[in-house]
Design a binder for this molecule. Structure first.
Ligand SMILES: *[C@@H]1O[C@H](CO)[C@@H](O)[C@H](O)[C@H]1NC(C)=O
Ligand SMILES: *[C@@H]1O[C@H](CO)[C@@H](O)[C@H](O)[C@H]1NC(C)=O
Ligand SMILES: *[C@@H]1O[C@H](CO)[C@@H](O)[C@H](O)[C@H]1NC(C)=O
Ligand SMILES: *[C@@H]1O[C@H](CO)[C@@H](O)[C@H](O)[C@H]1NC(C)=O
Ligand SMILES: *[C@@H]1O[C@H](CO)[C@@H](O)[C@H](O)[C@H]1NC(C)=O
Ligand SMILES: *[C@@H]1O[C@H](CO)[C@@H](O)[C@H](O)[C@H]1NC(C)=O
Ligand SMILES: *[C@@H]1O[C@H](CO)[C@@H](O)[C@H](O)[C@H]1NC(C)=O
Ligand SMILES: *[C@@H]1O[C@H](CO)[C@@H](O)[C@H](O)[C@H]1NC(C)=O
Ligand SMILES: *[C@@H]1O[C@H](CO)[C@@H](O)[C@H](O)[C@H]1NC(C)=O
Ligand SMILES: *[C@@H]1O[C@H](CO)[C@@H](O)[C@H](O)[C@H]1NC(C)=O
Ligand SMILES: *[C@@H]1O[C@H](CO)[C@@H](O)[C@H](O)[C@H]1NC(C)=O
Length: 548
């Protein structure tokens, strides 16, 4: 749902740039190239500038966004061809409408795809993901201005960010959905109109998202499969980050105390309190539950834990969060390696607590921005109340997700190690309770390396990691990744990792452990040399200034 940065690299970068007057090397800000995908040899620039990917007609024209540098407030680089606006959720008169922003990709491998991104909440806008995670424009919290994102998913595939369900962001109409099935019907209705408008029938569909979208996406994919309509709903893969897939007791309470032990230095809780939460985790049955059921292969179906947060003595997640907000008042439930100060955020939601410094404005709440992106002129908030307050649908892991895994080519759950709003061990417990491909859970503990290709850094404003960035496992078409050095919003904290994960979802690479380059960057010789640990050609280290 919400936001921070890579402390290690971010710290390094700000250290280096604070001293930039003394740095004699070049510090290139990358202007937005014409379109995302690297140009092929012999491809003429002039031709690219006139040729549009999407057919230009009266249906599409009214959604066109002027992507020239300066056309959208504060965006001083070209964002390429895109379309945005409202489309209804059905053909009924006065039907409610969802807001979308669509970027066709120049990548030739994307020609038969549509990839959808959804944020969670429920009620949180997917424009958060657009602006702070995986879109072509990146304006992350604490940063001075928006920059071109070299890790934009548009480099790989045709991306559409959709605000849903009705009641969220710029959507129009009264929120009526009381179940994820109803939200799915809204979404499928919208998608049909979207596909008809842009002439995108018979495309392969991929859906990715995070948090509460871990509930939406399996249900939406399931509804598409049930619709049995390949012209509109030919879904082939889904990827959910730090998902809401099971009961809170599994995702928060049961794994809470071992998480605090793992990251004890970041919680800095006193010994009396630590002893107390350990005793309570034992007495509430959480310790034994985790020991018994986080097993590979699983020992049997997981019963619902006898205790949960409704029993005050067993409400550990709340009590720990309360305590850590004393030792670290800027503790970010979405990324535990965060300390004070609270940084400003152009979307108003930098961490655990919404915050907007005096005089600051929220980007999508600005009238000029709304005009530039075909949005209705109205108030906009990152997360809106009153959306799906009642969601009568079962957790997505109980019935829907297992059968979706069996039907799709690829299903992925990726979980950031530093996330405290939903815990990685909770996702693993959930996985061990699912039966797919006729077998329950993973048969072996995840231990394969998740490898992110080495790459040249083009700009200090968009640094991202390389090397072994987590642990992964694939069994029976289902893939898990435990993502290193990431909070809740993986594409925000680890954009190069997320880019690699998308390559896998789209079937562009065969394995997350393979050690090739990105499919969109030229091969380099750096990889093997760097693997043996001699960092002789690494450029960032050269920029570090060791003043004491
Ligand atoms: C995305 O495309 C741009 C423009 O061609 C390129 O500079 C950038 O390196 C690409 N990103 C990746 C990760 O391939
Ligand atoms: C697009 O925006 C640019 C920059 O503001 C402007 O110069 C150009 O005239 C606009 N194009 C159209 C078709 O409105
Ligand atoms: C449709 O909208 C118009 C104008 O707002 C309103 O008068 C009419 O009652 C609406 N019809 C329905 C079916 O909601
Ligand atoms: C959804 O819930 C609201 C509030 O509980 C209720 O007023 C409404 O009738 C429900 N809608 C449907 C379609 O069940
Ligand atoms: C989609 O594919 C089907 C089967 O190949 C074909 O009959 C149909 O005309 C296609 N639809 C469009 C709009 O191209
Ligand atoms: C996850 O659970 C395993 C098994 O109980 C434990 O060893 C590990 O420390 C836990 N990890 C975290 C981050 O809590
Ligand atoms: C539930 O928690 C209470 C303490 O609040 C404890 O007495 C009881 O044994 C726990 N139940 C189980 C099954 O662990
Ligand atoms: C485990 O899955 C079963 C369905 O197979 C479900 O009834 C049960 O509630 C699940 N356990 C947990 C803890 O979610
Ligand atoms: C230890 O932490 C707990 C929880 O925050 C707090 O109530 C207690 O006062 C702390 N003890 C000391 C000595 O600060
Ligand atoms: C959003 O914009 C409206 C209209 O300009 C303004 O009244 C409101 O205070 C703004 N909201 C925030 C949170 O800035
Ligand atoms: C890779 O190494 C080979 C042999 O040393 C060299 O000929 C080639 O130019 C290098 N390629 C790149 C992209 O550096």
């Amino acid at each position: 749902m919400r936001f921070l940065s890579l402390l290690a690299l971010g710290g390094l970068a700000s250290f280096a740039s604070a001293r930039s007057a003394r740095y004699s090397g070049k510090n290139i800000e990358l202007p937005r190239p014409r379109h995302g995908y690297p140009m092929q040899p012999g491809q003429a620039q002039a031709k690219r500038e006139t040729k549009k990917i999407i057919a230009q007609n009266e249906k599409t024209a009214k959604f066109a966004v002027n992507g020239s540098a300066g056309a959208i407030p504060d965006i001083d680089f070209d964002i390429g061809e895109s379309y945005a606006g409202l489309l209804p959720i059905s053909s009924a008169p006065n039907a409610s409408e969802l807001y979308f922003w669509f970027f066709p990709s120049e990548n030739p491998d994307a020609s038969d795809e549509i990839t959808i991104w959804l944020n969670g909440g429920p009620g949180c806008s997917s424009l958060e993901g657009f602006l702070q995670e995986n879109g072509p424009i990146l304006w992350q919290y604490g940063t001075y201005k928006p920059v071109y994102n070299p890790w934009t998913w548009v480099n790989l595939t045709n991306m559409v960010w959709v605000e849903q369900p009705v009641g969220t962001g710029f959507t129009q109409g009264t929120p009526t959905a009381n179940s994820t099935e109803e939200a799915a019907q809204q979404f499928l209705g919208f998608l049909k109109n979207f596909i008809d408008t842009f002439g995108l029938c018979n495309r392969t569909i991929y859906i990715a998202g995070e948090s509460y979208a871990g509930k939406y996406i399996p249900y939406f994919a399931d509804a598409m499969l049930q619709a049995d309509d390949k012209e509109y709903y030919d879904v082939k893969g889904i990827m959910i980050y730090d998902p809401s897939v099971a009961a809170d007791v599994l995702l928060q309470e049961v794994p809470a105390v071992p998480f605090v032990d793992t990251w004890a230095g970041l919680f800095n809780l006193n010994q009396t309190f630590m002893d107390d939460i350990h005793n309570r985790a034992d007495e509430c049955g959480y310790t034994e539950y985790l020991d018994t059921y986080l097993a590979f292969p699983p020992s049997g179906k997981l019963p619902l834990p006898a205790n949960n947060s409704k029993v005050p003595a067993c409400s550990l997640w709340n009590d720990i969060t309360n305590a850590v907000l004393l030792t670290n008042p800027c503790f970010d439930i979405y990324q535990v390696a965060t300390t004070c100060p609270i940084l400003w955020d152009v979307l108003g939601f930098p961490g655990s607590i919404p915050y907007l410094p005096d005089g600051a404005t929220i980007y999508f709440n600005r009238t000029e921005v709304q005009k530039a992106i075909n949005a209705p002129i109205q108030e906009w908030e990152e997360c809106s109340n009153g959306v799906l307050d009642t969601d009568t649908s079962l957790d997505s892991s109980i019935v829907v997700l297992p059968r979706v895994i069996d039907a799709l080519d690829r299903t992925m759950i990726v979980h950031g190690d530093l996330d405290w709003i939903l815990l990685g061990n909770g996702s693993l417990l959930t996985i061990q309770n699912m039966t797919w491909g006729g077998i329950q859970g993973f048969q072996e503990a995840p231990s394969d390396e998740f490898y992110v290709p080495y790459h040249d850094e083009v700009s200090l404003s968009t640094l991202s990691a390389a090397g072994i960035m987590g642990t992964t496992r694939t069994e029976r078409k289902f893939t898990w990744v435990s993502q290193s050095l990431s909070g809740h919003m993986v594409p925000q904290y680890q954009p190069s990792s997320a880019y690699r994960q998308l390559e896998f979802l789209l079937g562009r690479i065969d394995s997350l452990s393979e050690k090739g380059t990105f499919t969109t960057t030229p091969a380099t010789n750096g990889t093997t040399k760097r693997d043996v640990g001699i960092m002789s050609e690494r450029s960032l280290f050269d920029r570090v200034e060791k003043w004491v």
